[in-house]
Design a protein around this ligand. Structure first.
Ligand SMILES: Cc1cc2nc3c(=O)[nH]c(=O)nc-3n(C[C@H](O)[C@H](O)[C@H](O)COP(=O)(O)O)c2cc1C
Length: 359
């Protein structure tokens, strides 16, 4: 199974890379994920200033990660003098250097890392929502590099299509979508306290809970600006998730939180699972998935669901969850076609796939 993906002059042996964060916070960490097989390596975001990070700063459960971490705790000169020189000695795949944040920061950071970077990823997480500021940042970056430039969009940016248009016009190659969601909040009920927040009490949320949002942003951007490269990130936790992002419009993907929840070995597991998952879903390669057009066969009237009797275990979940009171148990599960709104929730909830809605 061919896993390679090519965009903006870079070829990755597979589409999975780490997202900027603590798992790529120095050369040893980046080397661990290179050895795990990631198709490209992204660094932690490097800034010109020291971050002031509250502790504790990372909460995780099985659905999400919440953090009040900021950019790299290491100075830009440490990256220039120690981490990158050590890392690139054994590097054989694209290195994407993540930098932040302002136009002024770019004047310093892009020339500093241009020699070592195969591409730049630029966080816009803390620069507000004014698209002209972002456009000017891209123009400044372009003055200092010919390498591919990917602007990273945050979910608090209200207009992904507008973001895509301005960064394309200003000379960027694509977008990394999305950064973590927020501000969000984590309350410790027993202690009546905010344990993980920043000074204002807020955290950023990532991991499986944000996957639907990330998919939508990827799809919006690719639909609005098909010529832009989109790197999808947000909630990926399995090989199937990777394929979903490719179908939504991504040319490659990144992952962080799921590997923080389940362990760093998840990168290798997803890469091991990816060929089988592509085959199971009928794709001949990663490029085949990328080039497949996503079908949206929206209809406004459907049929009342029907029961596949031999699969029904009479658990009554459908009766309990039906929002329209349209399902009853009368010797067997029955559907009231007068009350049924054809919403599909029972089909989605049935634990044994015993309910179907024929087109
Ligand atoms: C602890 C933590 C630190 C992060 N640090 C950065 C960072 O330095 N730069 C950045 O662009 N994104 C950062 N992110 C956001 C991730 O790169 C990613 O966009 C987001 O978490 C969504 O992907 P995920 O659900 O796979 O984690 C961080 C996320 C977490 C959880």
């Amino acid at each position: 199974m061919k896993l390679k993906t090519t965009f903006d002059g870079m070829t990755l042996n597979n589409p999975l890379m780490p997202a900027a964060g603590p798992l790529v916070g120095d050369d040893k960490k980046m080397a661990f994920l290179r050895d795990a097989g990631c198709g490209a390596i992204v660094s932690k975001t490097i800034s010109t200033k020291d971050p002031h990070i509250p502790r504790p700063c990372i909460f995780g459960d099985k659905h999400q990660v919440m953090n009040s971490e900021l950019w790299s705790e290491h100075a830009m000169t440490r990256w220039r003098d120690d981490f990158f020189p050590r890392y690139i000695k054994n590097n054989d795949r694209p290195l994407i250097v993540s930098v932040g944040y302002s136009e002024g920061d770019m004047e310093t950071l892009i020339p500093m890392f241009d020699e070592v970077a195969d591409a730049f990823e630029v966080s816009t997480h803390y620069v507000g929502t004014d698209l002209s500021v972002i456009a000017n940042t891209v123009k400044t970056i372009r003055k200092h590099t010919d390498k591919p430039v990917y602007m990273k969009i945050s979910p608090h940016l209200p207009d992904p299509e507008g973001f895509a248009r301005v960064i394309k016009e200003a000379g960027a190659n694509g977008i990394v979508a999305i950064n973590s969601l927020g501000p969000t909040m984590k309350i410790d009920l027993a202690g009546r306290r905010i344990v993980y927040g920043n000074e204002e009490g807020y955290v950023w949320t990532s991991g499986p809970v944000i996957k639907p949002l990330a998919l939508a942003v990827v799809h919006k951007i690719k639909t609005a600006e098909p010529d832009l490269t989109v790197i999808g990130v947000g909630g990926i936790a399995s090989a199937d998730d990777v394929i979903e992002f490719l179908l939504a419009g991504a040319s490659a993907v990144q992952m962080l939180s799921a590997a923080m929840i389940k362990g760093k070995q998840l990168y290798k597991k997803i890469l091991d699972d990816l060929p089988g998952a592509l085959e199971k879903h009928g794709f001949s390669s990663v490029e085949d998935a990328i080039n497949t057009r996503l079908v949206n066969d929206v209809v406004y009237h459907a049929n009342t669901p029907t029961l596949i009797e031999e699969k029904c275990i009479e658990c009554m979940l459908c009766v309990k969850v039906c929002p329209y009171h349209a399902i009853e148990f009368k010797d067997k599960i029955t559907f009231d076609s007068e009350r049924c709104f054809q919403c599909g929730l029972c089909v989605a909830q049935c634990p044994t796939d015993a309910i179907e809605m024929k087109p």
